[in-house]
Design a binder for this molecule. Sequence first.
Ligand SMILES: O=C(O)Cc1cc(O)ccc1O
Ligand SMILES: [Fe+2]
Length: 442
Amino acid sequence: MAGLKYLTGFGSEFASEDPRCPGALPEGQNNPQVCPYGLYAEQLSGSAFTCPRPTNKRSWLYRILPSVRHKPFTPMKCEDLTESWNEVEPDPNQLRWLPFTIPKASEKKVDFVAGLHTVCGAGDSKSRNGIAIHVYACNTSMIDSCFQNSDGDFLIVPQQGEILITTEFGKMMVEPNEICVIQQGMRFTVDVFGETRGYILEVYGAHFELPDLGPIGANGLANPRDFLVPVAWYEDRQVNGYTIVNKYQGKLFSCQQDFSPFNVVAWHGNYTPYKYNLESFMVINCVAFDHADPSIFTVLTAKSTRPGVAIADFVIFPPRWGVADRTFRPPYYHRNCMSEFMGLIKGHYEAKEEGFQPGGGSLHSMMTPHGPDAECFEKNSTAVLKPERVAEGTMAFMFESSFSMAVTKWGLETCQRLDKSYYKCWEPLKSHFNPNWKPTNK
Ligand SMILES: O=C(O)Cc1cc(O)ccc1O
Ligand SMILES: [Fe+2]
């Protein structure tokens, strides 16, 4: 759907009216006795009323009918979506998944919600602290149904197929190499245009922020002006049974209403969905020696209450120049007090040219050793160090979390995509130790 318009900025105070109804936004107040065009005013709160200004989030929606006009919610089947982190025994091994299977439309029609599968996670939506990592794999658009996540925010990373997301705030087209964030409680429906797959990072109890830049200065990494927010769009559509699917305390519920929820004629506020093109990322990298930690590639962070510790960071490994002198340039060998889930949107990841495929994933859990495969080590220990493009045509990413994540039964068993031979990529690593080694005079 070409030609969609967007507002720009990150977390700004936005205002938008569907052009069919000029003046739909009340002037000078939020709650007129009677709203323009006979609309209902509804506030969507994304923070406690009392949060300090920098973290206070809310939007006002002016809609044809308020969301409350619906039949009661009843439980529905969750399929592979879960928040049960004790389904299987813990597994500290390095895990790698082959590309997650996308169902064929000719065999089974699967929409975005039916195609959600939880891979791993930790914490608890009830106590408002935790994360979940899901993949979605689908082939059919959602029809007369929408999704609302009452538990947390979704950061959606399309890997195959663009998705048209209609929200209460308007429409966004999100293509692979773009990401979008649908924050807690925002209703949306997903149209797809073929076999479609992607990754989702869900955080409970925190919203995504741009990372602080510290000594980098006022500009760089993901710049606020590159975030795009939809413009108001409404439909006044009576429907014989519109379904609202609500993820609440890790379980799915549905209810019926007889009108489209995308009936917001105008809205204003700082609590909105948004999208971002990963190509806009201003990459910073080492220009002298040594390998910088991947935190330099943080796009968005969901902070915990511990200073400097994230519930989850969204980190990318974009195309860039590698110029470090006298340096082993690929990622170092590593054991981390954080958990690292990685996915690949396209191309090859520098630490593993083979085996890690687009649409697949890997999990290096807390303190589980990992790093370049043997081939990468040998090649880069002897490479002539000239300036080189790294990760050309590639986009790998990492969801890095301070939570020690459990893998679900689906992730370990049902999906049948676990690559049991992953550990073998490190087996050829051999000792180069030479006790008679002497420094060379350079
Ligand atoms: O494990 C990984 O591949 C991610 C990673 C990349 C990097 O450049 C440095 C550390 C790190 O954990
Ligand atoms: Fe790592």
